[in-house]
Write a protein that binds this ligand. Structure first.
Ligand SMILES: Cc1cc2nc3c(=O)[nH]c(=O)nc-3n(C[C@H](O)[C@H](O)[C@H](O)COP(=O)(O)O)c2cc1C
Ligand SMILES: C=C(O[C@@H]1CC(C(=O)O)=C[C@@H](OP(=O)(O)O)[C@H]1O)C(=O)O
Length: 366
């Protein structure tokens, strides 16, 4: 199992959804960074389960406890470890379905890989809950980036077939990105917001679930970040973003849409204004050759519908080796997208921080 990610900044996550707690160790932060703990609290609250009807009804406060690496309001430069205790587990939902493999979840693959020793309660280490520590680390990375004016923000591009317009890939403003991070359901078009919410509630009432797409932008990232061959911005971000449970696709810039364009349409032509080099369009999402070109970074992350649904489904009992019909009980997100937004932003911040340190050294952080 690989619970460790990164080169210049290393994160190591641990925990299970129904165990004592979950957490993260962050290695590579320079000593002397002043951290705003309220910022971290706000980010965790954006992801917290149980706050409304669009979410699982499991209620966790997601209060964090910093065990090391932080002293007198500053990082010490030694590994920073934070723990979030689990408080609202309801393991009986899982006990009776112990050997029933939920379609679409990691029950079967986890059972096979770990010889049945995996903690199956609440999906164990495969639970979306394990993204809370990612948000913790991301909130530190975001603070470091924001001090350099690098801002990350996202909106819900689509839920099912309801879709709103994308970001203006050339002129996206940091004020809009910051405003979106303060919205509970970050959509730019109010009418679409209502329809998206209705669609999630409809899926829930039908004992079903629904997926969607998150679009993310990063502004003011300097030119020259990204380290080809294998640490291109796309490869670095994809590695960490695809680690988020339920992510099934990522596209940068126009992505798959570029296959339908001609070179003359897809190329972003250059111009110089007030000594700055820019492009008229931004179909490449601010990345060329794996390196930032100074235009906004734009990408979209696709989330599948939540696997645990209340409808009766065909499956197997892995112990009895029998075909069964199963009805999943418990408290599940009817749609993962709204709570995954701060997770995507956190993963982006950690990925970019790793690349920024690679280019400008550990001292860049303060
Ligand atoms: C924030 C978040 C919340 C999630 N909530 C649920 C949930 O309530 N029920 C569920 O079955 N899956 C949920 N998932 C998705 C599963 O954890 C995920 O589908 C499962 O681990 C299998 O991984 P895979 O979909 O990447 O193959 C959630 C994921 C995230 C990121
Ligand atoms: C607890 C969280 O979400 C959980 C993610 C999850 C899954 O299978 O991914 C399944 C559910 O767990 P449980 O059955 O224990 O309620 C969600 O509630 C969280 O995100 O903090």
């Amino acid at each position: 199992m690989s619970g460790i990610w990164g080169n210049n900044i290393k994160v190591s996550i641990f925990g299970e959804s129904h165990g004592k707690g979950i957490g993260i160790v962050i290695d590579g932060l320079v000593g002397g960074i002043t951290l705003e703990l309220d910022y971290i609290k706000r980010e965790l609250q954006r992801r917290v389960p149980g706050k409304n009807r669009l979410s699982t009804s499991r209620k966790e406060k997601d209060t964090f406890h910093i065990l090391s690496g932080y002293f007198n309001n500053k990082t010490t430069g030694t590994p920073l470890c934070a723990v979030i205790y689990n408080t609202d587990q309801r393991s009986k939902d899982y006990e009776k379905a112990k050997f029933m493999m939920r379609p679409g979840h990691a029950d079967y693959t986890g059972y096979m890989k770990y010889f049945g020793a995996n903690d199956y309660r609440g999906g164990g280490h495969f639970s979306g809950r394990i993204t809370a520590p990612i948000v913790f680390a991301g909130a530190i990375a975001k603070q470091i980036l924001e001090k350099k004016n690098i801002v990350i923000g996202s909106h819900i591009k689509s839920i099912g077939y309801i879709e709103e317009d994308g970001f203006d890939a050339v002129n996206i403003k940091e004020e809009l990105l910051k405003k979106l991070t303060h919205k509970e359901f970050p959509v730019m078009d109010d009418e679409k917001e209502c329809r998206m919410k209705e669609l999630i509630l409809k899926a829930k009432s039908e004992l079903d679930s629904i997926g969607g797409i998150i679009e993310t932008a990063v502004v003011n990232l300097p030119v020259g970040i990204g380290s080809p061959f294998f640490d291109s911005i796309e490869s670095k971000l994809s590695h960490i973003l695809f680690s988020i449970p339920a992510v099934k696709g990522i596209e940068f810039g126009e992505g798959f849409g570029m296959t339908k364009m001609k070179g003359s349409q897809a190329n972003d032509e250059y111009f110089i204004k007030e000594d700055k080099i820019k492009t008229y369009t931004n179909h490449n999402g601010g990345i060329l050759g794996g390196i930032s070109n100074g235009m906004p970074i734009i990408f979209r992350t696709a989330f599948k519908p939540t696997p645990s649904i209340g409808k009766i489904q065909r499956s197997i009992d892995i112990e009895k080796k029998e075909n069964i019909k199963m009805k999943i009980e418990g408290r599940h997100d009817p749609c993962i997208v709204p709570r995954a937004i701060p997770v995507v932003e956190a993963a982006t911040a950690i990925g970019l921080l790793d690349l920024l340190i690679e280019k400008d050294g550990i001292g860049w952080m303060i």
